[in-house]
Design a protein around this ligand. Structure first.
Ligand code: AMP
Ligand code: ZN
Length: 108
């Protein structure tokens, strides 16, 4: 399930450039192109899920793993002890601009 017009699907398929810092069978993480903190990484499911609003009950494990991968990357990036924010924007008034689910990891 991939959307040819979605920039994050294109990154997942390696059709668009990105600084990828993590990948597994279900999840890819890459550095935000317009960082709002010294460490700003986006953690995304490979599958095109537009937003939190589109998660199904069967996606609970995947949604949880996005957070576990964020925690792992915070440790790798050396910000686990200083602290970090995990942000998920959902919908236009929350400022969601890319409609492919992503967790922001911000810190440093
Ligand atoms: P949001 O406002 O939560 O939808 O966040 C979307 C984020 O994606 C923003 O922080 C953008 O800077 C980032 N972004 C958009 N296009 C790209 C891209 N091609 N590579 C990396 N990050 C991107
Ligand atoms: Zn997508």
């Amino acid at each position: 399930m991939s959307n040819p017009h979605c920039v994050f699907c294109r990154i997942v398929r390696r059709e668009a450039p990105a600084d990828i810092v993590y990948q597994d069978d279900d999840i890819v993480a890459f550095r935000d192109i317009n960082p709002q903190a010294p460490v700003h990484i986006l953690i995304v499911p490979r599958r095109h899920i537009p937003a939190v609003a589109a998660l199904g009950a069967e996606d609970g494990v995947l949604a949880g793993r996005l957070i576990l991968v964020a925690r792992e990357l915070a440790e790798r990036e050396g910000i686990a002890h200083s602290g970090y924010r995990l942000v998920v924007n959902n919908g236009p008034q929350a400022g969601q601009s890319v409609y492919h689910l992503h967790v922001h990891l911000l810190g440093g």
